[in-house]
Design a protein around this ligand. Structure first.
Ligand code: GTP
Ligand code: MG
Length: 124
């Protein structure tokens, strides 16, 4: 699923998928807890804030920013939907441990640096 955190219709599709997932597990599941994982600076926290904005019409709960490393530790749960109750955790970005040998690895590193996932501008 491709989604832009700024587009409410995209965010609503993700909430609907999460709600459907909870329903599919029957009445044994009373709430759903969602953990977001991914590389640094890809928009994890922005997505969670958007889920909260669209799902329960509440303000920002997680810090975001254009540099990698904004989220530094696992957060507590934040409610993003009421029926069924859906809660999210935010996590720090996790970088791939190895990008590949020689030119392949170098090219991947360069691309990740250019898109702000490796240090980013001004990070040294
Ligand atoms: N265009 C666009 N920009 C986005 C989107 N989601 C996030 N961003 C931007 O991407 C940057 C990083 O967003 P964050 O939500 O802080 O990213 P993160 O994955 O939580 O980053 P870390 O906590 O550092 O791992 C910010 O400048 C956001 O404004 C999106 O869906 N579309
Ligand atoms: Mg974050």
């Amino acid at each position: 699923m491709f989604a832009d955190s700024r587009v409410d219709a995209d965010v609503r599709s993700i909430l609907k998928l999460a709600a459907r997932t909870a329903h599919e597990h029957g009445e044994a599941v009373t709430d759903l807890k969602v953990l977001v994982v991914g590389m640094p600076n890809v928009g994890k926290s922005s997505l969670l804030n958007a889920l909260r904005r669209v799902g329960v019409r509440r303000g920002k709960a997680f810090h975001t920013g254009a540099m990698p490393g904004v989220t530094r530790k696992l957060t507590g749960t934040v409610r993003v939907y009421d029926k069924p109750p859906i809660y999210v955790f935010d996590t720090p970005g996790v970088m791939m441990p190895f990008l590949g040998h020689d030119e392949v690895g170098a090219e991947r590193g360069l691309k990740l640096a250019l898109t702000g996932e490796l240090g980013g501008v001004g990070c040294g």
